[in-house]
Design a protein around this ligand. Sequence first.
Ligand SMILES: Nc1ncnc2c1ncn2[C@@H]1O[C@H](COP(=O)(O)OP(=O)(O)OP(=O)(O)O)[C@@H](O)[C@H]1O
Length: 265
Amino acid sequence: MSDVQVRGVRYEVDRPLLADIDLVLRAGEMTALSGPSGSGKTTLLSIVGGLLEPTAGEATYDGAPTWRGTGDPRPEVAFVLQVYGLVPILSARENVSVALRARGVDPVEADEQALAALTRFHIADLADRQVEELSGGQMQRVALARGLCVGAGVLLADEPTSELDEGNRALVLGELRREAERGAVVVVATHDPAVVEACDAHHALDDGRLVDHTEPVHLAHTRFRPEPSASEAPATPPVADPVVAPAQDPAPRDDSAFRRPPAGR
Ligand SMILES: Nc1ncnc2c1ncn2[C@@H]1O[C@H](COP(=O)(O)OP(=O)(O)OP(=O)(O)O)[C@@H](O)[C@H]1O
């Protein structure tokens, strides 16, 4: 098991997009990366995974830079992309199978493993449907099946629950937890306080820099949540910290499947 080390990373295009990023992303843990839209989460994931070359500094995994000079990620790295990156005219199973074949898995075996991966996300019944016929949430789960099926050492997921209902979010968090438990570095860029809460570590970005998130966390949808009108005002005062008490669920949620394990595991 190896951690990802991010040291002195800066990234500029026509202006600085990331500056002074120093992080350790630990193997065996789920790490949340939060921050408002445009704060640099996707850019940082891309550098961590070797899709982008940092202007300065480096990200390393297992002692070697993740940037290989080409923009092709190392085989130990898998992404679940925000825009899914699926091939619309291929079936769900084919989209997953392609990722396995690219890593040298025999085609018949790859098809079997692809079906097993879709089963993890409760979409085995959609295996032979073309991806372009699927809903956004179904596509997101196909992308998750593809990202998680390869047993990557570094799994980078960009907003992996953005299209999902609460039940499927719990399912996905449970599967990400399983990846961490087998020793992967799991990093999740997210706006969702429930996802942050399920992670072992949390780093917040604002305008391309890491910020102290012990104060109210920079989560866009909590920051910009409108004030309730007088007629909508709750009978009891709202809780001050949206991350400590993020949800106002009417019913208790069974999140035991993805809750972080107790200390000293
Ligand atoms: N190729 C590019 N050229 C120039 N600017 C870019 C490029 N890619 C991203 N940016 C800018 O970099 C900043 C960070 O973008 P990024 O996608 O990393 O943010 P994010 O935190 O992931 O946002 P979101 O939550 O909306 O997905 C934004 O201001 C964006 O406009």
